[in-house]
Write a protein that binds this ligand. Structure first.
Ligand code: HEC
Length: 471
């Protein structure tokens, strides 16, 4: 594109146009003939949009698209970017769009696998047919299949406050599963491409699903827990959310973001969201302390941090790991972080947040490292830790990841109280009920398993969504 851009600056528009035509004459030779009948039937929503989303949106969507070209809507593509419209309807092979994606080494997407011939031909047929926009206004064009080909991975789990239901994040939908009886699952769609966090509010009235679309938006949907109706949906910022936690008063949801910020999202749709920028990379998880005053956070920058909810001020980076921190938790006494380094560490917050003490005097004065005093390690885990969850009463913590078992501990003394072996590996998500007598385990294989604790007895295995017969 650099050439086109410099040419654009140097030459008049008509010259650029003839240059494009000239180019089209050159590349027309390698383009296959189009079928006008097929052109009539191409659907933007079903065929074109998924291609753009997969191959182009990483750079041409959201707040600051590359080349000033947003491909979020057909109207924006017609408007175009720095060089002007991407295409004129009916004329695929004289278009900037097609010019950019064909050839042995297509310009777009840069440094990535080129679009297949089939995908290029879908785009060409769609333009030939007039580039019709069959998307529904205002609708986020996430498609949720009636029946899935393969069970989607379970990215997050939560027990309802009464322990009777389990909410499971299945790609773009939350599915409410009956934890005890045989009520059929209830499916609640969202407009997120991927949900990464589900949780019931502390009083049990709301269910939240948070996630979003990479490089597009962070999405949060609050549902009424009793009937699954949508209370409100918010799209915030330009990147997806990871995991988080309801504030103890149930008024705010804290979430880690792919933009490196901690986001506080009030339930009240008229209150603006807040963001705290304390990490230098993706924030994978955030947890409130039970008094609602502090947040423990961890992420891809390998740091576990504690900040003030009121001011957003960093109180302390309590630790830095050799690897990502995937999950965090907190009780009255401890902040807890765990991740890829196969370790789970508790940080005694009171000691960690005391003023730095100094030893020696004058030039010889140096701070005493009290890390050893406030760091309380859990037994190390056999593999990468992916999720850690506390029970509703915050007395127990369940830890799981890429190693085929789930371990449950009392937080206060870090003693193991249950070992659930033979769980599908890897585990992506866990949930404990209020008093840690039930554990839900979800993973890559798309199953939700419910166990009785501390016996580790398997009570139920369910795939929350309908899946086509594997045969
Ligand atoms: C990895 C990032 C990235 C991806 C993915 C990407 N682009 Fe681009 N695109 C850019 C950048 C950067 C520019 C502007 C700089 C330049 O001219 O090369 C650009 C410019 C363009 C332009 C010219 C805009 C103008 O008006 O000058 C078009 C057309 C375009 N891209 C189409 C596409 C299409 C179609 C896809 C998907 C098949 C795609 N791009 C995927 C980074 C990307």
């Amino acid at each position: 594109m650099t050439t086109t851009n410099s040419i654009k600056i140097a030459l008049s528009t008509s010259l650029v146009a003839s240059l494009l035509l000239l180019n089209s004459a050159v590349f027309a030779m390698e383009l296959t003939p189009l079928d006008p009948a097929k052109a009539e039937t191409v659907s933007f929503r079903k065929e074109v949009w998924p291609i753009l989303k997969r191959h182009c949106w990483g750079c041409h969507s959201g707040g600051d698209p590359k080349g000033e070209l947003s491909m979020d809507t057909v109207a924006e593509m017609l408007k175009g970017g720095e060089t002007g419209p991407m295409f004129g309807p009916g004329k695929p092979d004289q278009s900037l769009l097609v010019e950019q994606i064909i050839g042995v080494e297509p310009a777009m997407p840069p440094e990535k696998a080129p679009l297949s011939q089939a995908k290029v031909d879908i785009l060409r047929h769609w333009i030939l047919g007039g580039a019709k926009d069959d998307s529904v206004a205002g609708e986020y064009k996430v498609t949720i299949p009636e029946t899935y080909k393969y069970a989607p991975a379970i990215n997050s789990l939560a027990f309802s406050t009464d322990g009777k239901r389990v909410a499971a994040a299945c790609r773009s939908e939350v599915v409410l599963v009956d934890a005890e009886g045989d009520e059929p699952p209830q499916r609640l769609p969202t407009n997120c491409d991927l949900i990464s966090h589900v949780e019931f509010s502390p009083n049990g009235e709301l269910l939240v699903a948070a996630g979003g679309s990479p490089a597009r938006f962070g999405g949060v949907t609050f549902f009424k827990a009793s009937d699954g109706s949508v209370v409100n949906t918010r799209e915030i910022g330009h990147d997806t959310f990871f995991r988080g936690n309801f504030s103890p008063d149930g008024l705010t949801l804290a979430l880690g973001g792919a933009d490196g910020a901690i986001h506080l999202v009030p339930i009240d749709p008229n209150s603006p969201p807040q963001r705290f920028e304390l990490h230098s990379d993706w924030v994978f998880d955030v947890a409130y302390t039970p008094d609602g005053k502090m947040l423990v956070s961890g992420g891809r920058d390998k740091a576990t941090k504690v900040c003030s909810v009121e001011t957003g001020e960093l109180l302390r980076s309590v630790d830095s790991s050799t690897e990502w921190i995937s999950s965090v938790a907190a009780d009255e006494q401890f902040g807890i972080g765990g991740g890829r380094a196969k370790t789970v560490t508790g940080y005694e917050l009171k000691i960690a947040l005391q003023n730095v003490q100094v030893t020696g005097a004058g030039n010889g004065a140096k701070p005493i490292s009290r890390r050893a005093q406030y760091v309380k390690a859990f037994e190390s885990q056999p593999g990468e830790v992916i999720d850690m969850v506390t029970s509703g009463d915050r007395k127990s913590i369940a830890i799981g990841g890429a190693y085929g078992d789930v371990r449950v501990y009392t937080i206060a003394d870090r003693k193991r109280t249950a070992l659930v072996s033979g769980v599908p590996n890897p585990v992506f998500s866990l949930a404990l009920n209020n008093d840690a007598t039930r554990l839900a385990v979800g993973g890559k294989n798309g199953e939700v398993r419910i166990y009785k604790l501390p016996e580790a007895e398997l009570l139920k295995t369910i795939v929350p969504v309908p899946v086509a017969d594997p045969k």
